[in-house]
Unconditional design. Sequence first.
Length: 55
Amino acid sequence: MACYNRCSPCGPTPLANSCNEPCALQCQDSHVIINPSPVLVTLPGPIMTSFPQNT
């Protein structure tokens, strides 16, 4: 996460921590990629198989 403050300095040699310019802390949007793990699902019931039909 990279946040940075875009406030410009108030003067060449500031004597106090006050500034007349409005300042805001801006952060970039975060993007999270979640890869799902493989899941084995067992369904109850008869096993359905298909056989090739030779006619």
